[in-house]
Design a protein around this ligand. Sequence first.
Ligand SMILES: NC(=O)c1ccc[n+]([C@@H]2O[C@H](COP(=O)([O-])OP(=O)(O)OC[C@H]3O[C@@H](n4cnc5c(N)ncnc54)[C@H](O)[C@@H]3O)[C@@H](O)[C@H]2O)c1
Length: 296
Amino acid sequence: MMHVAVIGSGTMGNGIAHVFAQHGFSVALIDINQPALDKGLLTISKNIDRQVSKGSLTEADKADTLARIQTHTSIAEGVRNVALVVEAATENVELKLQIFRDLDQYAPQEAILASNTSSISITKIAAVTKRPSQVIGMHFMNPVPVMKLVEVIRGYATSDAVTQQVMDLSQQLGKTPTEVNDYPGFVANRILMPMINEAIISLFEGVAGVEEIDTVMKLGMAHPMGPLQLADFIGLDVCLAILRVLHDGLGNPKYAPCPLLVNMVMAGRLGVKSGEGFYQYTAGSKELVVAERFRK
Ligand SMILES: NC(=O)c1ccc[n+]([C@@H]2O[C@H](COP(=O)([O-])OP(=O)(O)OC[C@H]3O[C@@H](n4cnc5c(N)ncnc54)[C@H](O)[C@@H]3O)[C@@H](O)[C@H]2O)c1
């Protein structure tokens, strides 16, 4: 049984641990404290229950999956004997660079070190290690157990052999890996974020209202969710941070974040997580209600 470590048991980390364990890997799940790990395990358990109720997994699969996950609060301890580490800690450059210095020190020399970062350069992360040819991006999509894509990002020094191993491993998880090179935003966010930004600019310039913009994209382009609702889900602070990475990294004014997005983030209107973005969110209600500010 191949042994892997996942750093971070938040939204993405618990999903990544879940899919590895479900597909027979033994997983060391690592976070900074036990409550964070317990919360991650609880989410995994609830998500497996959903798979069981749909008939895609059995109760026995659930027990086996959970039994393959061990938790740790120390990187040094958790990454001993692993063949692969997938880092899914908070999106912060300094934090990730320190984690990769630690991983380089404590993980076996031949281990592959992957990051699930949405926007930080894989080449920059690799450069703080003594094994840049074994550092790679493994960008899962949210929710991880459901979404099929893994964007596999080759840093400047990532080797062909490591890229192939990660492509193969992603397939073993039932995912479809897609190889891309390491430039700002990779492919997913380089295309998604300008679309979201353009939707916000259309609202800002009065071209149409919130519901109209989302309806055009849902019904006209067969998107499952409109771009403004999607921005609320992702978090407007996260969208702004990624647009700034594109703008700074590519130096093209077309990536400049819309002033309305900047204002909303400054005002703490971050979308679902703050209770209000382009829509307003009330606990327990599934109805989609446009935020008062944007009502006609
Ligand atoms: N949320 C998404 O939709 C999404 C999608 C794709 C990629 N990502 C990327 O995945 C990564 C994680 O995002 P998330 O949404 O799961 O964040 P999150 O805030 O839900 O979880 C981050 C976890 O990392 C833990 N952590 C922080 N410092 C740590 C350390 N030193 N060691 C171990 N654990 C540590 C935190 O305690 C927390 O549990 C980020 O790089 C993000 O860009 C997120």
